[in-house]
Structures are given as C-alpha cells and as structure tokens.
Design a protein around this ligand. Structure first.
Ligand code: CTP
Length: 397
C-alpha cells in the first residue's frame, strides 16, 4: 500500500509519544521506508531503541554523531521524505515551528522540508485551547502544513476534552488516503486564470479591482502537488509562483482571453478564478489625459466574457470551474451563472462573509455542482480552500 514511500516520523516530548511506536509499525508493515527524528525530551517517553527497532533504521536526535563528529544531515532527511509526520506535536514544538525557532534537529528538518508536513498535536485541553496555541496552529496551516486535529477524550492530567492525539490507526489511515489522492492529477493539464486585469485609460491610468491572485495561485500550487501540468494565466501581481507552474503574465482582459484560448484545446480542467474587468475603455488615450475643470467622461465597452467563451466550446471531457463573487441572492445568482456559462462547478464567494474575498488570507466558499447541489465550507486559509476545491473536482473525474 505504501510501498516505496519515504516517510519521516517526528516524535516530540509528550505522553502520546508511546503511540508513535504503533504508527511506525503500521507504516513499515505496509511497505513504507520509515526514518524517525526525536526531540531530546521525547526520550523521556519512549526510547530511541524501540523506534529504531520498529523502523529498521537509526533514530536521529542530535545535529552530529557523538563519536565521529559527523553531522546528521537535516537537509538530506527533509528532501528524502515524501511526507513528514510529526506525531505527537507538543505545544512547544508547534510554537517553534510557527515562529521560526530552530533549536533541535527535528525543527531544522522541518524548516528544510519541501514536501508535505503533517502535524498531529497532542497536549492538555487548556493548552490546546489557549489562544497562543490556536494562533500557532493556524499559522502552520497558512504555511501549507496539514493538521490532524486532536480528539476528545481522557487526557494524561485526568481532565477530559480536546487535546488527545488522534489514534495511530487513524493517523495511518490519513497517510494512506494522502498517498492515494497524491498525484491523482498526473498526466492532467490544468489551465487556471487568476488575479485582476488592468484596462488602460491612458499610459498611466487604468481600471482594475482589488483581486491579488492569491486564491488562483493556491489552486495552481495544489494542482502541482497533485501531479498536474499547470498553466496559470495571471493578471499583474507581485506574488511569486513555484517554478513548476507555467505562468503566463497578462495585463488586460483581451490578453487574458487570447492566452486562455491558446491553451484551451488540450486542457483537462479549466478553473477561472480571475476577476476579469467587465468593461474596458473604448479608446485608450496615447498620451496622458490633462486635467480640465469640466467633468471627464470615459466611454467603456464590454470585454469578452472568457469563462462563457470557454463554456461554449468545451468538450464533454473537459471540466470547467467558474467563480462567482456575489452580494445579493448569492446562491440563486451563482446557480444561474453555472447554467448560463455551461460550467461543471461554480465556486461562490459572498462579500457578506467576513474574512472572505479580496486581499484576505482566508476564504469562505460554497460550491455548487451541475445538479444544483450546494456544498458549504467553513472559513479557512486559502491553501485549505484550494484542497476543498480540488477534492470536489477529483470527485467528478
Ligand atoms: N469572467 C471571465 N471573463 C469576464 C468576466 C468574468 O472569464 N470578462 C469569469 C470570472 O473569472 C469568474 C466568472 O466569470 O470565473 C464570474 O465572474 P462575474 O464577474 O462574477 O460574473 P459575470 O458573468 O460578469 O456576472 P455579473 O457581473 O452579472 O455578476
């Protein structure tokens, strides 16, 4: 099941550390290559010998091997891992991960990681609910880490509540599920639009909107993680994207239209998250418009509706996903947009939801499918919203 997968297990100093033995055993049994990094304080809860025996590999704790002075290469460990699971993760380790503190080998490996890191917190009820811990966990999510939330149950203190590490069997199932969906989009080509367009009035002025392109970039990054080939057509933004994404920078709605149509024929999935200007100045002044004491009128013409134009030519095999930003009658308007533009899914953002929309790190979405089924989601960091959107797309494949 996990044959050939390299899984790094991080163990920190909490009582749940004894459960890491079961997790390591389950992973090895299903064919994974497992290496374990322990923080120094975790040795008080479980011995390195137990974990090295079960993982069939040496266990790492210090930056160097005592006898030879040879270093334990945290960069190599991080790059080796297809997945780095930290279970249990104490409040202390979570705080350090969230704030860039790097005072042990486990943390140095975390900061060197490029692949998915998963964190399974374990601590007492009040420590878990403390605002500092919750803020740190949210930061970890924003960094793109996944959290396996602790469950309700009896805690080492005798209290009962949230904070108990998820059972190793369930963490194991989570990992199996992760690898099943991982690379689920290999050999698929995905075309994504993102950001705002700019419609030039004169050489220095333009019409645009507040979109930053963050949501579209998160979708593109997620698609890369799922193994897809990604073309991102994006309006002007200072945001960076990873080198695996083929990025086409455009300025106007017309340029976006052309770039989309040049890349549409072999796309399997098209996601249009761009906030395209609906109007453009009928004429662009070649020189800067001078100030006068009379009202200035600028005549605007409609731009091409890119999403609609793709809906008109899409084949049965292509999946088309549109976005809708609505202020009134949100679901009703989104449903009618889905039909009008011949979409498979529409992702609705409501400006009435706080924390959702332009320039926010979070988003609250509702997805509507072709059968008019409505799926509502919580307010979440945008990387997690991208996961939800792709899970819905994957369910259509
Ligand atoms: N869109 C597009 N080209 C345009 C305008 C919009 O491709 N010229 C796409 C957006 O990327 C988004 C969807 O259409 O996926 C919804 O855009 P929106 O402006 O909300 O919808 P409109 O069709 O313009 O409807 P209205 O302005 O009446 O709400």
């Amino acid at each position: 099941m996990l044959s050939g997968k390299n899984i790094l297990v991080g163990v920190t100093g909490g009582i749940a550390a004894y459960k890491s033995a079961t997790l390591v055993r389950l992973l090895v049994k299903k064919g994974a290559h497992v290496r374990v990094i322990m923080t120094p304080s975790s040795h008080q809860f479980i011995t390195p010998l137990t974990l090295s025996t079960l993982s069939k590999n040496p266990v790492y704790t210090e930056f160097s091997k005592d006898s030879t002075g040879e270093w334990n290469n945290h960069v190599e460990l991080a790059l080796w891992a297809d997945l780095f699971i930290i279970a249990p993760a104490t409040a202390n380790t979570i705080a350090k991960m969230a704030n860039g503190v790097c005072d042990n080998l486990l943390l140095a490996t975390y900061f060197s990681s490029k692949n998915q890191v998963v964190v399974a917190p374990a601590m007492d009820l009040d420590m878990y609910l403390h605002s500092a811990t919750q803020t740190n966990i949210n930061r970890l999510k924003e960094f793109g880490n996944q959290i396996i939330a602790p469950v309700n149950g009896e805690l080492a203190s005798g209290l009962v509540g949230e904070g108990r590490m998820e059972e190793p069997e369930n963490i194991f199932n989570w990992i199996v599920e992760y690898f099943l969906t991982d690379k689920a989009l290999s050999k698929k080509k995905i075309l994504i639009t993102a950001g705002a367009t700019r419609e030039q009035i004169d050489p220095v002025r333009f019409i645009s909107n507040k979109s930053t392109g963050t949501m579209g970039i998160e979708l593109a990054e997620r698609a890369i993680k799922l193994g897809a080939e990604v073309v991102l057509v994006i309006g002007p933004t200072s945001l960076k994207t990873s080198k695996e994404i083929r990025r086409i920078d455009v300025v106007s709605a017309e340029e976006m239209y052309l770039a989309v149509h040049q890349n549409i024929s072999d796309a399997d999935i098209v996601i249009m998250s761009a906030a395209v200007s609906d109007y453009t100045p009928t004429e662009t002044n070649s020189s800067k418009i001078k100030k006068k004491n009379t009202p200035l009128e600028i005549k605007l013409s409609p731009t091409k509706d890119i999403l609609k134009s793709v809906g008109e030519i899409k084949t049965k095999k292509q999946i088309l996903v549109g976005f809708a930003l609505e202020t009134d009658d949100e679901v009703k308007n989104a449903k009618s947009k889905l039909k009008r533009k011949n979409l498979d899914l529409i992702v609705l953002n409501s400006l009435n939801d706080s924390g959702a929309g332009f320039g926010e790190g979070t988003n609250k979405i509702t997805i509507i499918d072709k059968d008019n089924k409505v799926f509502e989601y919580e307010l979440k960091p945008k990387p997690e919203v991208a996961i939800d959107i792709f899970n819905k797309i994957l369910s259509l494949l």
